[in-house]
Design a protein around this ligand. Structure first.
Ligand code: KIV
Length: 259
């Protein structure tokens, strides 16, 4: 197995795993200094393109953004989300995942789903492709985006899904908006790391969408914490630039070329 991926698995029960999304090089360069794993999430569909659903994200879009992120990620693991309708059966999944791996040089891919995608995960892991699972809210297929694990039957299904995914060979599983006690139960019962988003501190690691964390998206989601107001910083810089151009204070001689 890839050494970097082995290192992430070994962090379970020792140290929390730090993950964030990135969609382009300059942000990826910053995240790479701090993260264990950088995810090129298909959340870029809503964050960058205003799509109503991640279903609209294409393989080509994921590949292009991932190529940019690859330029910034050296130290951490880079995982790429496989978009909707690109892994409907084992053959299609293997073909598309191989294309993503080849074009983006990523370290692994993430697929949404539990029992339904086990045969797909198995074919990928048999081909030595590192796969990350994703259960709880599944933005590619769910109709309602409310937290998971309210009812016993749903909780049992999610727990069972994580066990099946682990058996199929995934190296880690994202738990999206999974109820607190259930995320603990899952984290305690599987040997691979769980990475939570809206799933409490019980998970082995955490992931957030970078634009939410830096205050660019204006997200009001319960599980998001805004660590900076980068929108404010950019707004002030652009406002000052505009004022200086209007007042003829920029550019100065030092910004100009002279023979
Ligand atoms: O697409 C994405 O950004 C994700 C994370 C929210 C885990 O899947």
């Amino acid at each position: 197995m890839n050494k970097k991926i082995e290192k992430i698995i070994k962090k379970k029960n020792k140290s929390k795993i730090i993950c964030l999304t990135a969609y382009s090089k300059n942000i990826a360069l910053i995240l790479d200094k701090h993260c264990d794993l950088v995810l090129v999430g298909d959340s870029l569909g809503s964050v960058l393109y205003n799509y109503k659903s991640t279903r609209e994200v294409t393989l080509e879009t994921m590949i292009n953004h991932s190529k940019s992120v690859r330029l910034g990620v050296k130290k951490s693991i880079m995982v790429v989300d496989m978009p909707y309708n690109t892994y409907r059966n084992p053959r299609e999944a293997l073909r598309n995942v191989k294309l993503v791996m080849k074009k983006t040089k990523c370290d692994g891919v993430k697929l949404e789903g539990g029992k339904k995608i086990v045969s797909i995960v198995k074919i990928l892991t048999k081909n030595k492709i590192p796969v990350m699972g994703h259960v709880g809210i599944l933005p590619q297929t769910d109709k309602k985006f409310t937290f998971k694990g309210k009812r016993l039957k749903e909780s049992e299904k999610i727990l069972n899904d994580t066990k099946l995914l682990e058996k199929a060979g995934v190296f880690s599983i994202v738990l999206e908006c999974v109820e607190t006690k259930l995320s603990k139960k899952i984290t305690d019962q599987i040997k691979i790391p769980t990475i939570g988003i809206g799933s409490s501190a019980n998970c082995d690691g955490q992931v957030l969408v970078i634009d939410d964390l830096i205050g660019m998206s204006g997200s009001k989601l319960k599980f998001v914490k805004k660590y900076a107001d980068v929108k404010k910083v950019i707004n002030s810089a652009v406002k000052n630039y505009k004022l200086e151009v209007l007042k003829k204070q920029f550019p100065q001689a030092k910004h100009s070329f002279k023979m």
